[in-house]
Write a protein that binds this ligand. Structure first.
Ligand code: BQF
Length: 307
């Protein structure tokens, strides 16, 4: 029998904590600002940007939206980024990806000030994550870690399999699991015997980008299954990489799509923006009182500073 992991509920708790802290900062005259830049009119990107703006309102941040036309040139976008880099009201800068084809993500990301890079995509921040010494969390992987923590299952010593090796999800995901002393394998399109490898995992994180390809034969009885997919099924309906109905009775815990990882990604973005504001105002990164369930997870304690 499996328990369904409620990403909406966990994200609401995280946002409540951020909201309370933001209100306290406001009493001290400190405000928190996030700039959200969107280029073009990709419908999915527009939804994501709306979700981020709404979350800012919920927690009490100022949000500044910059909607640029699809024809925006690299120079124009870099000018905006430089303006935001210099703007003291802006603690975090988020450039919504993917960008239109004529724009190079890498060039844009490399020009965001690392201390405002709340997506943690700048090579400086990627390096910090690799080393395990960082202030900005990789949003989606950090959200996955929070969902795993919410199950009460400890990562230490467990077999963890991450399917997908993107710079945004798979690679940093593996690092976070490793920092918590998991034994981690990263699988991808060239992996041989994928179902057999996955079915050994105590913790399985699917970030493939193919609808419902993970079926019960990939799952170890009782495993924690986290679905990062944002796919469309044959009817055009939003679904994940995991065939939820097929897997839910075999998994011990399973996250749904929607309402699993997605809301957590947004909550972690809020967390990073708060961290950026505190760093900019010379306040500490937070208290060091440990995680929400009081368990010591070395690196995590330093990073994600629950009160
Ligand atoms: C939910 C994203 C792929 C590529 C670029 C809540 C979001 C999604 C789902 C959301 C995502 C996915 C975001 C749900 C932001 C997550 O209720 O299940 C929130 O807004 N996300 C993004 O900004 O860029 C992406 C996925």
């Amino acid at each position: 029998m499996s328990r369904i992991i409620d990403g909406k509920a966990v994200s609401a708790q995280v946002k409540e904590r951020i909201k309370a802290e933001t209100a306290k900062l406001k009493e001290q005259g400190v405000e928190v600002g996030l700039a959200v830049v969107i280029v073009g009119d990709d419908p999915a990107s527009k939804v994501y940007v709306r979700n981020k703006k709404k979350a800012c309102e919920e927690v009490g941040f100022n949000s500044y939206e910059y909607a640029m036309p699809a024809e925006t040139t690299e120079q124009e976008l870099l000018e905006l980024v430089n303006k935001l880099n210099a703007d003291e009201k802006v603690d975090g800068i988020l450039v919504q990806l993917p960008l239109p084809k004529h724009l190079d993500d890498k060039v844009i990301i490399n020009n965001i000030r690392p201390d405002k890079d709340v997506d943690a995509f700048h090579p400086i921040n990627v390096g910090h994550i690799m080393i395990g010494d960082y202030s900005f969390l990789p949003c989606t992987p950090a959200g996955v870690m929070e969902l795993i923590h919410s199950t009460g299952v400890e990562v230490k010593g467990k077999k963890c399999v991450v399917i997908g090796r993107s710079n945004i999800v798979g690679k940093p995901m593996a690092m976070l699991l490793l920092h918590e002393n998991g034994t981690v394998a990263i699988c991808h399109s060239k992996t041989q015997n994928l179902p057999q490898v996955c079915s050994q995992a105590d913790i399985l994180v699917a970030a493939v980008g193919k609808p419902k390809i993970i079926t019960a034969d990939y799952i170890k009885e009782g495993a924690v299954v986290i679905d990062v997919g944002m796919d469309r099924d044959e009817n055009g309906k939003l679904c994940g990489d995991v065939d939820f109905e097929n897997c839910k009775d075999k998994a011990g815990f399973i996250s749904p799509v929607p309402g699993g990882v997605g809301p957590m990604t947004i909550a972690m973005l809020m967390q990073n923006t708060l961290t950026a504001a505190k760093l900019h105002k010379g306040l500490s990164g937070g208290t060091d009182e440990g995680t929400s369930d009081g368990k010591d997870r070395n690196v995590w304690n330093k990073l994600f500073l629950h009160t």
